[in-house]
Design a protein around this ligand. Structure first.
Ligand code: NAD
Ligand code: MG
Length: 385
């Protein structure tokens, strides 16, 4: 029985994680849950999974949740303190890091420092402070399993092979809802258009990131840290069908890929149960019905965010943290209709150019860079309003 703490349990990844746990009650026990919003769903999850502790973001929600649960209430906490308590909870052997944004960094780091294995969905943790996170993983001897489908695919394609034989990683990208739109058309797109992802059903932030292709940029940075390869050995192919989840090319020209239908339950389950595979009751991949799979190069003109991420990765130090923070603010502003779609890469370009990159030797530096990036982006957005 693996005891699990789920950070971000009401989100898209959190809900899928709990679905898997519910289908395999002999294998997983949920000991802690946290959520930032959606109290009703959280209350339902608490009744169903009976964790020892649950944490909400806001103090007022702590009281409401206790009221909702009545006698069934476990320990209920709030704020950063509550989140941290769930991240380091004594009973937990594994922490599923499924909060969205750089807010996931501090609790994920705390979980690593307290010796927990991590199932990592929160890519922003590695984007913001990848070097420090991986150093802590090594030092504590914990396991960090990727949940992101591309990284799970690479993780699987590396198994049984020698790292020294890897030539490059190829991340696949669906291209999002605007894959075939002309640059001029992109100017007009609305948040609703951008949220309508063709293949994956996900939280709002990552859906917008998929539309700008910043998601793939963040994933390139995530891959750099997870697999310890430089930016110039990580490529991106557009693959509209989202069937080949990513690939590893070896020095002899062999390319090993992982394929499957686009459903996050597969990579989540693999992270939870590695090295075993869980039966998941998903529809089988029917390649014959699909007929063909296609691949092409990403268009850097229409999707400037991808190149910005490569640039930040090459600059190293605090640059990726600043880019990520500015992106979170810009995405929020786009969702609030304060910003047009094409203004997102514009803002990021300007924030990245204005930043004086520093070294990243302590988590405080990552948090400072994160704050700086947020403020810089906010100022630019306010000035344009
Ligand atoms: P989501 O928005 O659906 O859920 C996020 C969860 O975190 C919710 O429970 C929310 O209440 C909580 N939360 C949000 N902000 C918080 C804060 N500041 N403090 C504490 N809790 C907070 O997001 P998601 O789509 O499930 O994505 C979660 C993470 O997984 C992201 O980093 C995303 O990039 C990554 N990811 C998601 C998918 C996917 O299919 N959804 C795929 C790959 C990677
Ligand atoms: Mg992904």
């Amino acid at each position: 029985m693996k005891k699990i703490s789920v950070l971000g349990s009401t989100g898209s990844i959190g809900v899928s994680t709990l679905d898997i746990a519910a289908a395999h009650p002999d294998q997983f026990q949920i000991v802690a849950l946290t959520a930032g919003a959606n109290l009703h769903l959280l209350a339902e999850q608490v009744r169903r999974f009976r964790p020892s502790v649950v944490a909400v973001l806001r103090k007022e929600d702590e009281v409401s949740l206790r009221d909702m649960l009545g006698a069934a209430a476990p320990e209920v906490l709030s704020g950063l303190e509550g989140l941290m308590a769930c991240a380091v909870h004594d009973e937990a052997q594994m922490v599923v890091s499924a909060i969205v944004g750089a807010a996931g960094l501090v609790p994920t780091m705390a979980a690593i420092e307290s010796g927990k294995d991590i199932a990592l969905a929160n890519k922003e943790t590695l984007v913001t402070a990848g070097a420090l996170v991986m150093e802590a993983v090594q030092r504590k001897g914990v396991k960090l399993y990727p949940v992101d489908s591309e990284h799970s695919a690479i993780f699987q394609s590396l198994e049984g092979h020698r790292k020294a034989d890897v030539r490059r990683l190829i991340l696949t990208a669906s291209g999002g809802p605007f894959r075939d739109k002309a640059l001029a058309e992109l100017k007009q797109v609305s948040p609703a258009d951008a949220l309508a992802h063709p293949n994956w059903s996900m939280g709002k932030k990552i859906s917008i990131d998929s539309a700008t292709m910043m998601n793939k940029g963040l994933e390139v940075i995530e891959a750099r840290w997870l697999f310890d390869l430089p930016a110039d050995r990580i490529d991106v192919h557009i693959h509209p069908q989202s069937i080949v989840h990513s690939m590893v090319e070896y020095v002899d020209g062999s390319v090993i890929a992982q394929l499957g239908i686009p459903d996050m339950k597969t990579p989540i389950a693999y992270a939870l149960s590695y090295p075993e595979r869980l039966p998941l009751n998903l529809p089988a991949l029917d390649l014959c019905a699909l007929g063909s799979l296609s691949f092409s190069k990403p268009d850097n003109q229409r999707f400037a965010c991808l190149e910005l991420a490569y640039e930040a990765l090459r600059a190293e130090g605090t640059a990726p943290a600043v880019l990520n923070a500015a992106n979170e603010v810009a995405v929020e502003a786009f969702l609030n209709r304060e910003l047009g779609f094409l203004a997102i890469p514009d803002i990021l370009r300007r924030v990245l150019d204005a930043h004086r990159h520093g070294a990243l030797t302590h988590i405080d530096e990552a948090l400072r860079a994160d704050r700086w990036g947020r403020q810089a982006a906010r100022r630019l957005i306010d000035a344009a309003l």
